[in-house]
Design a binder for this molecule. Structure first.
Ligand code: 1GP
Length: 241
């Protein structure tokens, strides 16, 4: 079993910043895997996340299998649904949507996942997932039928993240939503980070190295980028090792 979480904690304690490239199986052409992954391998990316809000059944399994042929990077599932769980990956963000109040995304889907996870070799990482408003409706909001957290109430965001930590979650993920126009503000990132004793992931709408570095500077330990790579692979060139 790959020690995904242990390695993240170790990197964070060494002051290393991590970058996850997010691949949404629903938007990705599988024939494109070798070329795309070779660019990921040549970049500063440290992880590959695979997942999406709405993905056809079996597609994640097929895609993860293909990605694995071309990289040594850890592959971590970031599933929008139980159907996206495959034992071919290395790790699983076991997400609880703690910004919302839909019991399905707080405990219901987790119970449904258990039969798929018995005896698994996946490194299962309990993750508190907070959707923050970004000015427009996101797929997460639509699919989960939950409201994002108002961005002007940073105290509530910080307290929610901290409650996740107290509940035993091992990571906190601040999400603006895929393709978000407004990023998670640096002020929110730094306020959340200053209260947490666990690693912080930030994603949603990051499209440049400057924005990525600003998130790191504010306190993100892991930045997740998906759309920017999907739309313009030359973005990888600015992130060469
Ligand atoms: C979405 O945080 C991720 O869940 C990444 O967002 O696709 O906008 O990079 P982008």
């Amino acid at each position: 079993m790959k020690q995904i979480y242990k390695n993240i904690v170790q990197s964070v304690s060494n002051g290393k910043k991590l970058l996850a490239v997010l691949i949404d199986p629903d938007k990705f052409q599988i024939e494109h895997t070798p070329a795309f992954i070779s660019k990921v391998n040549a970049s500063i990316a440290t992880h590959i996340f695979v997942g999406g809000s709405e993905v056809q059944e079996q597609l994640t399994d097929i895609l993860v299998n293909e990605i694995k042929k071309h990289t040594q990077l850890p592959i971590v599932l970031f599933p929008g649904d139980v159907t996206q769980i495959t034992n071919k990956a290395d790790g699983l963000l076991f997400l609880s949507l703690i910004s919302g109040r839909n019991p399905e995304y707080l405990i219901g889907k987790h119970i449904k996942a258990v039969s798929k996870l018995k005896g698994t070799q996946l490194d299962i990482i309990p993750t508190g997932y907070l959707l923050i408003e970004n000015g427009k409706e996101t797929a997460v909001q639509r699919v989960t039928q939950t409201q994002p957290m108002p961005k002007n109430n940073s105290e509530h965001i910080v307290n929610t993240a901290k409650a996740g930590e107290f509940l035993g979650m091992k990571l906190i993920y601040l999400e603006a939503g895929s393709g978000a126009c407004e990023l998670i503000s640096e002020s929110i990132i730094s306020k959340v980070k200053s209260e947490l004793n666990i690693p912080l992931i930030v994603g949603g709408g990051i499209r440049s190295k400057i924005q990525m570095n600003a998130a790191y500077q504010a306190g993100a330990d892991v930045v997740v980028i998906g759309t920017a790579f999907e739309e313009d692979e030359s973005f990888f060139d600015s992130l060469k090792k």
